[in-house]
Write a protein that binds this ligand. Sequence first.
Ligand SMILES: C[S@@+](CC[C@H](N)C(=O)[O-])C[C@H]1O[C@@H](n2cnc3c(N)ncnc32)[C@H](O)[C@@H]1O
Length: 265
Amino acid sequence: MATCPTQEITDEVVFDYWQNKASEKGIDRTATIRDHHYHRLEIATIKRYLRSTDNCLDIGCGNGIATIDYAESVDSIIGADYSPGMIEAAQQRLPHKPQSCSELSFQVADARDLPFEDEQFSRVIMERCLINIPDRDQQVQAALEAARTLKSGELFLLAEVTLQGHEKVNKHRLMHGLEKLKVHWHNTYVDEPAFVDAVSERLELVETIRFGMYGFISKVLHPLMVAPQEPSFDAKINEVAAEMALKMPDFDGCSHQVLFVFRKK
Ligand SMILES: C[S@@+](CC[C@H](N)C(=O)[O-])C[C@H]1O[C@@H](n2cnc3c(N)ncnc32)[C@H](O)[C@@H]1O
């Protein structure tokens, strides 16, 4: 993972990072994550929780690559992101709205202060957005803000990188003689127990999905097979790992990413 050890992580630095990514990459699928096989797995897993009648909010939607996919499964969807560059890129997808989706739109909005009504949505999705908020209290604030916009009894689908997931991957890497992976320099990984406890007044955790099958193959087995070369995100083995993980997601929690399925109380 890329590191930038000299720079302090502030809101401004992270915001600039995403604005730069948007102008560099536009609608390219690597603008928001380089591991596109994992991204497909994450999207396919989230889609299992969507219904054709849902009106949905996708917070931190980036260039809309996942939002347009979710649009196939729901009645309406809004993608929101604080980066105007990302939203400009996402809007290029509007002509590709699936016919089955009655409304698709993208707008600039900050996850910590959303311009939507209380209980407006029947599904809220957030993929790897909280880890871009450097302050853990603000991560909680953003999750509670997402919950505010969700109808009672409905689902908040939150896919994040967690400290505990990161440690589990590194434990497996060390066991097999690989170096530890570093935290991506602009990210603040979610601390699972503290986070789940802090949102528990409004959000009940009903399921935790770990992608350990994909994590073990892509972050341990694949690197061992190609060492001393660096593994490539495009490798066929990652594609196969993602397919396997759709049927059998976990292997010993060996995954940076976790999908939390919360129900609004
Ligand atoms: C890792 S990308 C994921 C994008 C998208 N969810 C996906 O899966 O392709 C994180 C996105 O969150 C956005 N973001 C970060 N902090 C945010 C905030 N406070 N409010 C709204 N968007 C934010 C970034 O601009 C970026 O587009």
